[in-house]
Design a protein around this ligand. Sequence first.
Ligand code: ATP
Ligand code: LTN
Length: 334
Amino acid sequence: MLNGKKVLYSGMQSTGNLTIGNYLGALKNWVNLSDEYECFFMVANEHSITVRQDPAELRKRARALLTLYIAAGIDPEKNCLYYQSHVPAHAELAWILNCYTYMGELSRMTQYKDKSAKHADNINAGLFTYPVLMAADILLFQSDVVPVGIDQKQHLELTRDIAMRFNSIYGDVFTVPEAYIGEVGRRIMSLQEPEKKMSKSDENPNAYILMMDDKDTIIRKFKRAVTDSETCIKYSESKPGVSNLIDIYASCTGKSTAEIEKEFEGKGYGDFKLAVGETVTDVLVPIQQRFADLEKNKDYIDSVIKNNAEKASYFANKTLRKVQKKVGFPELIR
Ligand code: ATP
Ligand code: LTN
């Protein structure tokens, strides 16, 4: 608890441009939950370097991501938005937690398996211990709830295991967090291969809708979305393409699957795809406009970054000091 509220914590890597998968699976829930909780939203630029990055590009993307958090509706006066690399406690706690995490646990992580297959020329130790840094992020803030897409569930379970293991040795040091995974939008699929998750690192740009795509691009990509040889708009496991479009439409409009099926009864895929494209455009355009305005206001974004780095460090250091004491590191002599 912080200021009488439960603590909500989440972050995203500053690699690539966000897709509607990132938005509907995570960012949208952050905005919806932010009034109810004391929130910390972090830009995971330390996680980003587990895959090789261009330095200038990484710096630019981190700032764009933080700006996009605000453009999507997160109020930087009420919530703490910051860069992971501005708070050294993340890396320090990650080291300690590395010593309480087993190789076997980390080698079972599906994201590690996927990413090491994809980047076979650079299977670095950071890629392997990535979930420990994520556990450190979350545990440093004594977080109660962590809103993420379903692909991060396994990392959250590991975080809970690490927290409980540490607590069972040293007493109640960490709050054991819960994942918050939304009902709709938890797993948005590729528009080209609907059995695969929509990913910003997909080689085929038609597979994803970026949050910064313009209207024509959005409509064109939905038009080309892979469906099936039938024509009816029905949610079914055997129709992953159409079901994914229904999920996207449901998530953007708040309508239920049954309502959507009824709305498009007797209509074809062409009409439905156009409606999905227009709805997604209506959601994204205001965010894009706010983003463009915010980007021009350099001093404002700088002040958010500066103030929040201090605030985040203050809370993170409190937990870090407690942990250091528990494991037996001597206090600094002043
Ligand atoms: P990449 O695919 O390039 O590895 P990513 O798109 O998964 O990256 P992350 O920074 O790893 O991006 O994810 C940020 C947040 O967005 C996480 O909470 C993740 O669960 C969520 N998310 C990512 N893709 C989807 C998706 N297709 N559907 C729902 N949520 C998603
Ligand atoms: N691994 C997460 C990003 C992330 C995160 C976190 C999410 C890093 N640290 C802490 C929630 C809480 C991902 O989405 N790929």
